[in-house]
Design a protein around this ligand. Structure first.
Ligand SMILES: NC(=O)c1ccc[n+]([C@@H]2O[C@H](COP(=O)([O-])OP(=O)(O)OC[C@H]3O[C@@H](n4cnc5c(N)ncnc54)[C@H](OP(=O)(O)O)[C@@H]3O)[C@@H](O)[C@H]2O)c1
Length: 288
């Protein structure tokens, strides 16, 4: 994850908030020439003191570098910023580092293509403090040649992972991974909320809940292999048994402030499979 100073490159960082600031600092620390532009110019002052060159306009920032990183709040901000770029950016690479939907990534890619530049979408699975450390993961998709050309620089920010040649692949990975976290964490919160209200010792319950979460992690390889082989063995419970528990959970969670976690459509899907004679299969069959 390092590059020598003799190969210093010029990189534009557009948007110097938490992520953009961390990215710019990391590139400066590795001896690269960093050009920064931020809508609120005063917020880039620390970076300028640390050696970044401030650009007078977003266009100046973009035209001064072969690699342009857009580290902005959302794709609405990305659209606005890209719309301000009217010059020819042929041969340059624009990397959009923000959380959003597949449609938004595709739209950004079209805007970038119209400017003649290569597009990379980036899903940042890291906090600002993690940028440049082994703990950071940044997922890239879009132009593979552009990813390979800038691999060394991108490798200073995280272990760079290329996840597909469609512009939206990184956005889908990014949101789906956030979804795994939200589903697990909210499942835990729903359970804690329920047991606390029943005067059950939350700490004692949480220890067993942690074991339960561990079962999900342990089962990841088996789940993937079931999907790959389109074979859905029942495992600890078959669909008919799962349906009974899911219905009980819907009842337990009825009227609760965090809702039922979307279980009614799950119950409906299991009922459909049972009606098709697949009641002896396991839960993975729900997406099989
Ligand atoms: N922070 C995290 O832990 C984290 C982790 C993973 C992913 N992400 C994602 O990374 C992206 C950046 O997050 P962040 O934490 O760096 O956000 P942030 O600290 O709030 O910074 C947002 C940046 O976007 C700029 N901006 C917003 N709207 C703009 C507009 N219309 N035109 C021009 N510039 C605009 C802001 O400029 P001003 O200074 O002028 O407001 C600022 O530079 C987000 O998509 C976020 O979901 C963040």
């Amino acid at each position: 994850m390092t590059e020598t100073k003799s190969s210093a490159r010029r990189v534009a960082v557009i948007g110097t908030g938490a992520i953009g600031g961390a990215v710019a600092r990391r590139l400066l620390a590795e001896g690269h020439h960093v050009v920064v532009w931020n809508r609120t110019a005063s917020r880039s002052a620390d970076l300028v003191n640390a050696g970044a060159r401030p650009a007078g306009s977003i266009g100046e920032a973009a035209s001064s570098a072969e690699l342009i990183l857009l580290t902005l709040t959302d794709y609405a901000a990305v659209r606005q910023c890209l719309a301000q770029l009217d010059g020819d950016l042929s041969g340059r690479t624009i990397v959009v580092m923000c959380t959003g939907t597949a449609d938004e990534a595709r739209q950004a890619a079209r805007q970038v293509a119209a400017l003649g530049a290569h597009y990379l979408d980036a899903g940042v699975q890291a906090s600002p403090e993690m940028i440049g450390t082994e703990a950071a993961t940044i997922l890239y998709s879009g132009s593979r040649p552009a990813f390979e050309r800038h691999h060394a620089i991108l490798g200073l920010l995280s272990e760079p992972r290329f996840v597909g040649e469609t512009p939206e692949a990184a956005a889908i990975w990014d949101l789906a991974l956030f979804g795994v976290w939200y589903d697990a964490q909210l499942g835990l919160l729903r359970a804690l909320d329920t047991v606390r209200e029943a005067d059950i010792d939350v700490a004692e319950f949480a220890r067993t809940a942690a074991t339960q979460l561990g079962h999900v992690v342990t089962a990841v390889p088996a789940t993937v292999s079931e999907l790959r082989e389109a074979d859905y063995p029942a495992g600890p419970a078959n669909l008919a048994e799962h349906l009974t528990v899911v219905r009980h959970l819907i009842g337990l969670r009825a009227g609760r402030r965090l809702g039922d976690g979307g279980l009614p459509p799950v119950a409906a899907r299991i009922e459909e499979l049972i009606a098709d004679g697949r009641g002896d299969e396991g839960l993975t069959a729900a997406i099989g």
